[in-house]
Design a protein around this ligand. Structure first.
Ligand SMILES: Cc1ncc(C[n+]2csc(CCOP(=O)(O)OP(=O)(O)O)c2C)c(N)n1
Length: 558
C-alpha cells in the first residue's frame, strides 16, 4: 500500500489508516459515517477491504468490537453516526474503558464551522465515559487516526475518533502525511530482581503455597510460566472469573475463586500458608468479600497497578505477570527447591462436582442448576461463551468448563451493565470463525439487547446458541430488594416467548420446560453447520433458586 495518498476524501484517509491496523469493523451507518464505510469497503482505498458487520443498535457496535478484542486479542473498530448514533454507544463505551479493552470507535461529529441544533458536545460525553476523543482535520486525518490507535493500544482503552461532518467527503488534498511507524506494544514492566528474590524465598519456605491468576496474567501471556512455577513449588492453583483455564495443569487447579467457586475448594484456599497473586485486582467478588484467605496469610500481589489493590496484600511487587512467574521459576530452579508436595496431596475431582438440583424447582419451573449442568454436558468443546450480566451469570460460570480466559467473556461486568449480551455474539463470531458461540443471558438483559438478536442470528448461523435464563424477573433485583421487602412489581417481567421472537429473526427457537426439551440442543449439535440456523433455548427457570455467589452478596447487603 502506498504511504502517501492523493486526493482521497478525509473519510478515505481515515479508512486507509485504520485498515492498516484492523480487519474487522462493527457498526450502524448514518450521515456521519457513510463515506467512511464506503471507503473501508473499497479495495482501491484500503487494499484488502475491512470486514464490516452491521449491528442493529449502536451500543452493539461497541459491544461487538469489545467482544472481538477480548476473544481474539486483536484491535477492532466500531462506527456510528454523530449525535444520537454516538450517544447510543455511551454505556458500551464506558464498559470498554473500564474493562481496558483497546478499541477505536469512529463517529461523525459537528461541522468544523460549529454545532447544529442536533449536535451535542461529543468530546465531553466521551470524556465522561472515560474515553479520549480525537478529531481529524483536513490535513491531519492519517496522523490523527494513527495517534488514536496508538493511544488505544498503549493505554489499553477505548478511544473515539471523530470526523467533522463537513470534512467527511472533503478532499484531503495532497498534504496527506506518511503513515507513522507501526504502533509497537508497550514494553513489559520488569519486576525488581530483589523483590523476586524475596518472593522466591517465601515460596521455598511455604508448605502450602497457592497461586492465583487473573486476566492480567492472561494478557501478559503468563500461562506457561505460571505452570512452570506451580510445578516448581507444588502449589495449588486457581484463577479469577476472568482468568479461568490459565493454568496449564488443571489436575491441581481449584477452578475459579470467589462466589462461583466450589465451597470445599474455597475451604482449601483457606489452608494456604502463602498466596501469590498474578494479574488479578482481588476485587470483592474474587475474594468473597474478604473471606477468601485465612486472616494473617501472607499474600503477595504481582500486578501492573501502581500499588496493592486489596488490604489483604502483605507484599506488593509491581511488574509483568509473565516476567515475574518466569523469574520466580528460574530462581527456584537455580536454588534446587523441592516442591512442597501440597498439590499432590489434594484430590480436585470432588471439587468439580456441583449441586445440580432435581430438574424441577418447588414452583414447578426448571431448576437452573439442572439446566446448566445438562447444557454443560451438551455444548461443543470448541466454544466461546459470551455472557450478559444478571443473577444467572453464575450458572455458566459454575457449570460450564472453560478452556482458556479468552473463551469466556462477560462484556458488561466491568461497568456492571446488563443488556450487552446479544451484540457480543457477532464480535466473538468474527474473532473465532470456527468455534461455536454461546450466549448466556437473562430475560431482562435479553430484552434490553433484543435488537441485536438479529445480528447474532445473522452472524452466527450454524454455530451460535443463545441460552436465555427466563425467570420472568430482574432476578438479581428480586434477590436483593425483593428479599428486603420492597415492592416486587417493578422487578417482574411478563413471561416473554423468546423462542418465538427468535424464530421471527430466522433462528430455531425452543421453549425448554423440561430437561428432556434440551435434547433439541443435542439434535442441533449433531446436524451439519450448514443445515442449522442459530439456536435459542428459552429456558423457563425458577426465580427462586438462588446462586451461592448471590447469597454472598445478599449477606453483605443485609
Ligand atoms: C443497564 C443496566 N440497567 C439496570 C441494571 C440493574 N440490574 C442489575 S441486574 C438486573 C437484573 C437482570 O435481569 P435478567 O437479565 O433477567 O437476569 P436475572 O438477574 O433475572 O438472572 C438489573 C435490572 C444494570 N446493571 N444495568
Amino acid at each position: 500500500m502506498p504511504t502517501t495518498s492523493r486526493h482521497l476524501t478525509v473519510s478515505a484517509v481515515v479508512a486507509r489508516a485504520l485498515a492498516a491496523h484492523i480487519t474487522d469493523c462493527f457498526g450502524v451507518m448514518g450521515n456521519g459515517n457513510a463515506y467512511l464505510l464506503d471507503a473501508l469497503l473499497d479495495p482501491r482505498v484500503v487494499g484488502t477491504p475491512v470486514t464490516y458487520t452491521a449491528v442493529r443498535h449502536e451500543a452493539g457496535a461497541v459491544v461487538a468490537a469489545d467482544a472481538y478484542s477480548r476473544t481474539s486479542g486483536r484491535l477492532a473498530a466500531a462506527t456510528t453516526t454523530y449525535g444520537a448514533g454516538f450517544t447510543n454507544t455511551i454505556t458500551a463505551l464506558a464498559e470498554a474503558v473500564q474493562a481496558r479493552t483497546p478499541l477505536v470507535l469512529v463517529v461523525g461529529d459537528a461541522p468544523t464551522a460549529g454545532a447544529r441544533p442536533w449536535d451535542v458536545d461529543q468530546p465531553a460525553m466521551a470524556a465522561a465515559a472515560g474515553a479520549t476523543m480525537f478529531t481529524v482535520g483536513r490535513d491531519d486525518a492519517a496522523a490523527t487516526t494513527e495517534h488514536a490507535i496508538a493511544h488505544a493500544l498503549t493505554h489499553r482503552t477505548a478511544v473515539v475518533l471523530a470526523i467533522p461532518y463537513d470534512l467527511a467527503a472533503a478532499d484531503a488534498g495532497e498534504a496527506v502525511v506518511d503513515r507513522m511507524p507501526a504502533v509497537t506494544p508497550t514494553t513489559a514492566v520488569t519486576p525488581d530482581p530483589e523483590a523476586l528474590d524475596a518472593v522466591a524465598g517465601l515460596l521455598e519456605a511455604a508448605q502450602r503455597p497457592f497461586l492465583l491468576a487473573g486476566r492480567g496474567a492472561w494478557l501478559a501471556g503468563a500461562g506457561a510460566e505460571l505452570g512452570r512455577l506451580a510445578e516448581a513449588t507444588g502449589a495449588v492453583t486457581a484463577s479469577t472469573a476472568l482468568g479461568r483455564g490459565i493454568f496449564p495443569d488443571q489436575r491441581y487447579d481449584l477452578g475459579v475463586t470467589g462466589g462461583f467457586g466450589h465451597e470445599d475448594a474455597m475451604a482449601l484456599v483457606h489452608e494456604a500458608d502463602l498466596v501469590v497473586v498474578f494479574g488479578a485486582s482481588l476485587n470483592q467478588f474474587t475474594t468473597r468479600f474478604g473471606a477468601l484467605f485465612a486472616p494473617g496469610t501472607r499474600v503477595v500481589q504481582v500486578d501492573l497497578s501502581a500499588h496493592a489493590t486489596n488490604p489483604a496484600v502483605t507484599d506488593f511487587v509491581p511488574g509483568d505477570a509473565r516476567l515475574a512467574a518466569a523469574g520466580l521459576a528460574d530462581r527456584l530452579a537455580a536454588r534446587g527447591t523441592t516442591p512442597s508436595g501440597w498439590r499432590e496431596s489434594i484430590d480436585v475431582a470432588p471439587l468439580r462436582v456441583r449441586e445440580t438440583g432435581d430438574g424441577v424447582a418447588a414452583d414447578g419451573r426448571l431448576d437452573p442448576r439442572s439446566v446448566a449442568a445438562r447444557i454443560g454436558e451438551l455444548l461443543p468443546d470448541d466454544r466461546v461463551v459470551v455472557s450478559d450480566g444478571g443473577h444467572f451469570i453464575g450458572w455458566a460460570n459454575m457449570y460450564w468448563p472453560v478452556a482458556s480466559p479468552d473463551r469466556m467473556i462477560m462484556v458488561g461486568t466491568a461497568f456492571q451493565s446488563i443488556g450487552l449480551g446479544f451484540a457480543s455474539v457477532p464480535g466473538a463470531a468474527a474473532a473465532h470463525p470456527e468455534s461455536t458461540i454461546v450466549l448466556t443471558t437473562g430475560d431482562g438483559g435479553g430484552l434490553m439487547a433484543i435488537a441485536d438478536l438479529e445480528s447474532a442470528v445473522r452472524t452466527a448461523a450454524g454455530r451460535g446458541i443463545a441460552v436465555v435464563w427466563n425467570d420472568t424477573a430482574y432476578g438479581a433485583e428480586v434477590n436483593l430488594y425483593g428479599l428486603k421487602g420492597l415492592n416486587e412489581q417493578p422487578m417482574r417481567i411478563p413471561e416473554v416467548d423468546f423462542a418465538a421472537v427468535a424464530r421471527g429473526f430466522g433462528a430455531d427457537g425452543v421453549v425448554v420446560r423440561t430437561l428432556a426439551d434440551l435434547d433439541a440442543l443435542q439434535g442441533w449439535t449433531a446436524r451439519p453447520p450448514e443445515e442449522r440456523p442459530f439456536l435459542l433455548l428459552d429456558c423457563r427457570v425458577s426465580p427462586h433458586v438462588i446462586a451461592p455467589y448471590q447469597r454472598e452478596i445478599i449477606a453483605i447487603n443485609s
